[in-house]
Design a protein around this ligand. Structure first.
Ligand code: ZN
Ligand code: ZN
Length: 353
């Protein structure tokens, strides 16, 4: 290995909730492990949440929406070769425990373990054996790196969409929030339900316009949700409302927009310790459901890989910034100021600027 590969740059959390570049040794793969060279890693809302809440110790390397090229393989890795382009998640459930057997794979205690070391915002990333053997995929030649970077977040979105159990594909779904997760809901919904009426709400006009360009049937300001749903559904109400913003006020407006028998899917953090107060009897008598979804498992990743690799799903219009790893703090600042949709972090050799 050449001298320049012995050390690498990583973006480490600071005690103030920011990121800074540190130099660390390049990891060496053990048996069953591989080391990737960073191509792109998506900056996720969860990364910002962890920084804002200082929930990770200083020195932690965040980033999990990873595309990389295999740099080195450990002993007994038969499925991957140096030079392969790979997309890989950071969590893999055990598949055996009581929660896994009941379909709650994202709640498996083993699932919570981070199988990337040190993390995606790093020049080189070690993947543990469980990811290599079960979850890392070679990206087909015709699929751009930037599309593949959406595999993990789109799988999270798909799991929530499944939970809404949308029966009538000519019905109506509402996506609250036109940020990167809201618009990802829109494009995944559109890919699997071509005839579904989809309303996106957001206070920012450019985001509503982009929602329209990406296939939303209608878009509106949050306070217009009620009248917009009424118009699109002839007074019936929405089959599903996906909350990608979070908080009790949005839950109340989501319930108000729902049809009898409809489902609200919570897909965002609320403020710490926030509680919700809403009338229980309308929920009971209208047989409505409030469900939650926060991550995706291998099953959803398989299905999203089919959508992405076949070209039926192309989330690349959501990318607003490609930022070099050295300037990763710019991504934090842009996300904090709501000035970006999807940000990808990569080496400057990728044209990130
Ligand atoms: Zn993510
Ligand atoms: Zn399990």
């Amino acid at each position: 290995m050449s001298e320049s590969f012995l050390h690498m740059r990583v973006a480490a959390c600071t005690p103030e909730g920011n990121l800074r570049i540190e130099h660390r040794p390049v990891p060496a793969p053990g048996p069953g492990e591989v080391v990737l060279r960073l191509v792109w890693c998506g900056f996720c809302g969860t990364d910002l949440f962890k920084l804002d809440n200082r929930s990770q110790p200083a020195g932690t390397v965040l980033g999990h929406e990873l595309v990389g090229v295999v740099h080195q393989i450990g002993a007994s890795v038969a499925t991957l070769n140096p030079g392969d382009r790979i997309v890989a998640p950071h969590h893999v459930a055990c598949g055996l425990c009581g929660l896994c057997r009941r379909g709650s794979r994202t709640l498996c205690p083993v699932f919570k373990e981070n199988l990337m070391s040190p993390g995606g915002f790093s020049e080189f990333i070690l993947l543990r054996e469980r990811v290599v053997s079960q979850a890392a995929r070679v990206i087909p030649d015709n699929v751009p790196d930037e599309s593949a970077a959406f595999l993990e977040p789109a799988a999270c979105v798909l799991r929530g969409i499944d939970k809404a159990e949308i029966q009538d594909t000519e019905g109506c779904a509402v996506v609250v929030g036109g940020g990167s997760m809201g618009l990802l809901h829109l494009v995944v919904l559109r890919a699997i339900h071509p005839d579904l009426g989809i309303i996106v709400t957001d206070p920012i006009e450019e985001r509503r316009a982009l929602a329209g360009a990406l296939g939303a049937t209608m878009s509106c300001r949050p306070e217009q949700l009620g009248v917009t749903v009424e118009k699109l559904t002839a007074g019936l109400g929405a089959d599903a409302v996906f909350d990608t913003v979070g908080g009790s006020e949005i839950l109340m407006s989501a319930l108000a927009a729902l049809r009898p028998g409809g489902t609200v899917v919570l897909f965002a953090h609320a403020a710490e310790r926030e509680t919700a107060g809403f009338e229980l009897n309308p929920l009971f008598k209208n047989e409505q459901r409030v469900v939650a979804s926060y991550s995706g498992s291998l099953d959803e990743q398989d299905r999203v890989a089919n959508l992405l690799f076949s070209g039926r799903l192309d989330p690349r219009p959501l990318i607003t910034h490609r930022i070099p790893l050295d300037h990763v703090q710019d991504a934090v600042d842009l996300a904090r100021q709501h000035q970006a949709l999807k940000i990808l972090i990569g080496p400057s050799s990728n044209g990130a600027q």
